[in-house]
Write a protein that binds this ligand. Structure first.
Ligand SMILES: [Zn+2]
Length: 182
């Protein structure tokens, strides 16, 4: 069961359990966040803590069991540089760049993914303010990976043919592990 963020009282940030492949929630489309409540702010703090504890550079709603359009990112892993984006949408993409990706929901799997080198994104901040900004290179990659999560898309569906066999093999052993524990 996903953690229930909607009834918990206000408290300090906690790291929550990350949803792993092949949980079906990872393939679901997320709903936009209409109103910024205390619960959403708390969820954002929990996601930031969870991302850092997992040594990740980004985390999306479905990865903590919620089909809500929320992502947290920190591409440079610098303290105080965490960003929370609600309802993010990619408005424009330019260029192409191949780079290695991993995912906290797919531990141990790394593969090259082709992404736009430059993107323009619109999103809502935790203050309720709407923002439009551009990003490039690794920051653009992290954003594209996380925004994909909100549309139920995992990076393993975008890998290069040369790496497919290796990744499929690892995915099978992940699935078998889940079945063995069920
Ligand atoms: Zn991911």
């Amino acid at each position: 069961m996903p953690p229930n963020y909607w009834i918990r009282p206000f408290r300090k940030a906690v790291a929550v359990k990350i949803v792993h492949y092949p949980e079906p929630i990872l393939l679901q489309k997320c709903q936009p966040i209409e109103k910024i409540t205390e619960e959403i702010k708390q969820l954002a703090q929990d996601m930031i803590k969870t991302m850092h504890e997992g040594n990740g550079v980004g985390l999306a709603g479905p990865q903590v069991g919620l089909t809500k359009q929320i992502i947290v990112i920190n591409p440079t892993c610098e303290q105080g540089k965490d960003e929370v984006l609600l309802n993010p949408v990619i408005l424009k993409r330019k260029g192409r760049e191949l780079g290695e990706e991993g995912c906290l929901s797919l531990p141990g799997i790394y593969a090259s993914v082709m992404r736009a080198q430059w993107i323009r994104v619109s999103a809502m901040l935790l203050t309720g303010e709407k923002t439009v900004f551009t990003a490039e290179d690794f920051r653009a990659r992290v954003l594209q990976h996380e925004i994909d999560h909100l549309n139920g898309i995992l990076f393993i569906s975008k890998i290069q043919p040369a790496e497919e066999v290796m990744v499929k093999h690892k995915l099978h052993s992940m699935q078998n592990k889940v079945l063995a524990n069920a």
